[in-house]
Design a protein around this ligand. Structure first.
Ligand code: PLP
Length: 218
């Protein structure tokens, strides 16, 4: 694992502004602790139950990221335990995040997940739904949108996703020029093991990398 992390850092080429989220889903806590030892501090999980079990089973001060679809009835279990929720994909979920954040008197940082390629199989707002979501967020008290996230289509050659990544980067820049309460375009979360290099070239500043670090999942 150490060699993989060194190789990954080398590929990032000194770009300390890029947030590396190590996607640890399906891997045991021992793998997370090993990666932490090699300097990784931010870990991403896609399932609430698995995330909670991992949080329970380590004392390391890890920054946890939820990167998978979040059901509204599970918001209350994780809202005060994660640094960032990358996968906010509906107004209904924004409403529940606000409700639970008020209840706990905390603020919650989120990204809006955008289904740029309009894939039926994927969650996320369609591009034309972003405006309504941002307008909704502007009138909330406790939810901050910190940026955008996308999961690009599965392709043989990562270059095929260039247009998708570039499209989201342009939307990210457009929104960042607007002045809106509770909205700041700080984080553009795009790029995984197979396509992070392309995503970075297209403007990503947050990559979510699992199998490249930890090896193939079962
Ligand atoms: C699993 C997952 C990743 C990481 O995928 P790898 O190909 O293992 O790097 C990134 N983002 C999301 C949303 C995921 O579910």
């Amino acid at each position: 694992m150490q060699e993989k992390i060194i190789e990954l850092k080398k590929q990032l080429d000194g770009r300390t502004d890029i947030l590396l989220v190590a996607v640890s889903k399906t891997y045991p806590i021992s793998a997370i602790e090993e990666a932490y030892k090699y300097g990784l501090t931010d870990f991403g999980e896609n399932k609430v139950q698995e995330l909670l079990e991992k949080i329970e089973s380590t004392s390391l001060p890890i920054n946890w990221h939820l990167i998978g679809h979040l059901q509204t009835n599970k918001v209350k279990y994780i809202i005060d335990k994660v640094k960032l929720i990358h996968s906010v994909d509906s107004i209904k979920l924004l409403a529940e995040l606000e409700r639970q954040a008020i209840k706990k008197n905390i603020t919650v940082d989120v990204l809006l997940q955008i289904n740029v390629a309009r894939e039926e199989s994927k969650y996320g707002f369609y591009v034309e739904e972003i405006e309504d979501a941002l307008e909704y967020v502007q009138q909330l008290q406790k939810v901050n949108v910190k940026g955008l996230m996308t999961v690009a289509p599965f392709v043989k050659n990562a270059e095929e996703n260039k247009d998708i990544f570039t499209r989201l980067y342009e939307i990210f820049i457009d929104i960042s020029k607007q002045k809106r309460d509770n909205v700041n375009m700080d984080i553009l979360s795009m790029g995984m093991s197979g396509d992070f290099a392309v995503a970075i070239k297209c403007g990503s500043n947050c990559i979510r990398v699992g199998s490249f670090i930890f090896g193939n999942r079962q």
